[in-house]
Design a protein around this ligand. Structure first.
Ligand code: NAD
Length: 262
């Protein structure tokens, strides 16, 4: 199926590794030109080189910087001739106990996982509407549907973003102009972030990391962790021309881990 993405420009944030990279790979494979960002220059440039080699027909621009800062966002946006597709992403907040978090910890989480996506959306959606095509996908978390007690900063900040996007996506001046906004909610995906979470969980549970990871796998109906390539494929479909009637939704990708009917 041709997803209608050839020649479009996609800004994929936090894409040197993990789920962001999975999205960049899938969009690049569909012929979209890419602007990718991450904080670390070396890994980012290596990812950009790999993308150029894999998809020689597209242009790939790499912008090193912290996407949670105004300067980082300005540099990323300036590198993209026009943003047809916006994938928002950034590192997740640290785990912990809310009794230990001060106002600054909350502000950092809100900045990274709520206000950064909102600022990027603000900078791009009206121009998308003028052109009659736009796709926004926010990488959030399964924690939005099934909160994890140690990830209170993530639960709070991402749920705030989710509520905001639900309202914005339904504005006729966006939905009526073929601009869609959706959230992708990862469960457990095999990335560096998951490895860190598992390492912390293993210490807390008094288990080896392998034993703890196995226990976690067994708790997922699919009996495995997801891959960044699977995540990217769903993201590319949400960005396709075919997905123009799909907006304001929260798509859980978790191998069946969420136990509810809806
Ligand atoms: P990862 O650690 O594998 O990759 C994160 C990427 O983001 C890297 O490229 C890193 O350089 C970049 N990055 C981080 N902070 C950045 C910033 N401020 N500015 C620019 N780039 C930045 O992580 P991942 O597993 O791909 O997770 C992506 C998002 O999905 C995170 O917010 C994470 O909390 C969330 N998530 C992941 C899982 C999972 O199982 N992997 C589950 C739920 C939620």
């Amino acid at each position: 199926m041709d997803l209608g993405l050839t020649g479009r420009w996609a800004l994929v944030c936090a894409a040197s590794k993990g789920l962001g990279r999975g999205c960049a790979e899938a969009l690049g494979a569909e012929g979209a030109n890419l602007v990718i960002t991450a904080r670390g220059e070396a890994t980012l440039q290596a990812t950009a080189a790999a993308l150029r080699q894999a998809y020689p027909g597209i242009e790939v621009r790499a912008v090193a910087g912290d996407i949670t800062t105004p300067e980082g966002r300005a540099a990323a946006l300036a590198a993209c001739p026009q943003v047809d597709v916006l994938i928002t992403n950034a590192g997740g907040p640290p785990p912990g106990d809310f009794r230990d978090w001060a106002r600054d910890d909350w502000i950092a989480a809100l900045d990274a996982n709520m206000l950064t996506p909102i600022e990027l959306i603000k900078a791009t959606v009206d121009a998308m509407a003028e052109r009659g095509f736009g796709r926004v996908v926010n990488i959030t978390s399964a924690a939005v549907k099934a909160p994890n007690d140690v990830l209170g900063l993530s639960n709070g900040a991402r749920t705030g973003l989710t509520g905001f996007v639900a309202g914005l996506a339904r504005q006729p001046r966006l939905a009526g102009r073929n601009v869609t906004l959706n959230n992708l909610l990862p469960g457990a995906f095999d990335t560096d972030r998951l490895a860190k979470t598992l390492a912390a969980g293993a210490v807390k549970a008094g288990l080896s990391q392998d034993a703890f990871a196995e226990r976690r796998r067994q708790g997922i109906p699919a009996q495995r962790f997801g891959t960044a390539a699977e995540f990217g494929a769903i993201c590319a479909f949400l960005c396709s021309q075919q997905a123009g009637y799909l907006t304001g939704q929260n798509l859980l990708l978790d191998g069946g881990a969420y136990p509810g009917t809806f």
